[in-house]
Design a protein around this ligand. Structure first.
Ligand SMILES: [Zn+2]
Length: 75
């Protein structure tokens, strides 16, 4: 089961993630894009679906790129 967190302030949404990881991403997004606003928005839950594996791989690759960018940006 995975959760996807949707930002309440803009069109941002996290990839499908575990609850704790998704929450962390959502909080990080708010800290970066909406400082001073309490994290909100919606949580979308998915148990499983067709093509989920390839989508997850794609998202994992995107997440890796994103993490690299964030790590570079934070220096
Ligand atoms: Zn946002």
């Amino acid at each position: 089961m995975a959760n996807r967190y949707w930002c309440g302030e803009c069109s941002f949404k996290t990839p499908w993630l575990d609850t704790s990881e998704g929450l962390r991403r959502q909080i990080e997004h708010y800290a970066r894009k909406h400082p001073g606003i309490a994290p909100g928005g919606q949580i979308e839950t998915r148990r499983r679906g067709p093509g989920a594996r390839s989508a997850c791989l794609l998202l994992a690759a995107a997440a890796l790129v994103l993490l690299t960018v964030v790590a570079t940006w934070r220096r």
